[in-house]
Design a protein around this ligand. Structure first.
Ligand code: ADP
Ligand code: MG
Length: 319
């Protein structure tokens, strides 16, 4: 049986490249570049709540970091350093090896150093804290949306929720569609490059972790503005549209969690620039509505311009 310290040394002690001091002391040391603010965020994944018992450990390593990188993207920050707090029922070496390989593969892809953490015995729980850098005063905030702005989303909405519906047997997808949806659910690709490029273009941003409608409402509340959104314009996976199940489609697109796309606002004068950016990054960027003055209302319109019923975002504490 591995000791705690052997476990850390074997799986989580790779040399840090851009920290002053990484794993092994009582604290790590990092130094942001001149003129940079530190962006800091934590996200926790619990077995049985955020992922199923027996979930693939490599995907878990990826996702635990990906959801944090997504928060950096939503701030327009460049992720730099991460810590990992891990509760494990036992020191299962094949599980640890796969988990670490998923986590480091993504970390290496984004130049992020794992610089510390904590390891304890307990029900499986994974908490990553990410530190990133953003030029002072240039972070993308939820509070910056202004009347007249366009509302944009990256990629597609509802792919992860479709993957969950498939894994629970609620829908039957063709094999290729199922694989794609499972990847959206289990191994989301955070929109880091997009977030960085949106600095100075977007007036506000948030990542879509709890569903489009709920996350848009967070922006509306923080910015004290309203939104008008055209449901038909919301980008969705072709496999979802092909199911011809409007109920499920609406649920996935409006309140499906775990997509980790970016939702942002920008003045209409930026449209051409954003279209060019989408092409340069190879990421879909879709204009889905507009921001209006007043009271944090989300007006959702169907194809014939009629108001649609509202779906709420995911909330762990809502009965
Ligand atoms: P302390 O008791 O001083 O908090 P620990 O014994 O918990 O230190 O950790 C020893 C070193 O290993 C520290 O640098 C800590 O940040 C690091 N560490 C512990 N667990 C992890 C982990 N899961 N991933 C990365 N680093 C870890
Ligand atoms: Mg400790």
């Amino acid at each position: 049986m591995l000791s705690e310290f052997e476990l850390i040394r074997r799986y989580f002690d790779r040399p840090a490249r851009s920290a002053l001091l990484g794993v092994g002391d009582d604290a790590a040391l990092v130094k942001p570049g001149p003129g940079m603010a530190l962006a800091v965020s934590t996200d926790m994944l619990l077995e049985g709540r955020h992922f199923a018992v027996g979930a693939d450990p490599r995907s878990l390593g990826h996702k635990a970091l990906a959801v944090n990188l997504s928060d950096m993207a939503a701030m327009g920050a460049t992720p730099r350093w991460a810590t990992l707090a891990l509760a494990l029922p036992q020191a299962d070496e094949s599980w640890l090896g796969a988990f670490a390989s998923g986590l480091y593969a993504l970390a290496d892809g984004y130049g992020v150093d794992l610089i510390g953490g904590d390891t304890t015995r307990g029900s499986l729980a994974i908490a990553v804290t990410i530190l990133g850098e953003v030029p002072e005063g240039r972070a993308l905030l939820r509070s910056g949306a202004r009347p007249g702005d366009d509302i944009w989303v990256s990629g597609e909405l509802g792919g992860a929720a479709l993957g969950l519906a498939h894994s629970r047997g609620r829908v039957q997808l063709m094999r290729q569609d199922a694989a794609l949806a499972a990847r959206r659910l289990n191994e989301p690709e955070p929109r880091v490059a997009l977030g960085e490029r949106l600095r100075g273009i977007a007036s506000s941003a948030i990542d879509i972790s709890d569903g489009f409608a709920g996350d848009l409402r967070h922006v509306l509340e923080r910015s004290a503005v309203s939104a008008r959104v055209h449901y038909a314009s919301l980008p969705r996976p072709p496999a979802l549209a092909a199911l011809a199940d409007p109920q499920l489609e609406g649920e996935c697109v409006l309140s499906g969690g775990d997509d980790y796309e970016l939702l942002f606002t920008a003045v209409p004068a930026r449209r051409a620039e954003l279209t060019a950016l989408a092409a340069a990054l190879g990421i879909g960027l879709t204009r889905v509505g507009s921001i209006h003055a007043g009271g944090a209302l989300l007006e959702l319109l169907d194809a014939s311009g009629r108001a649609m019923p509202q779906a709420a975002g995911f909330d762990h504490f809502r009965p």
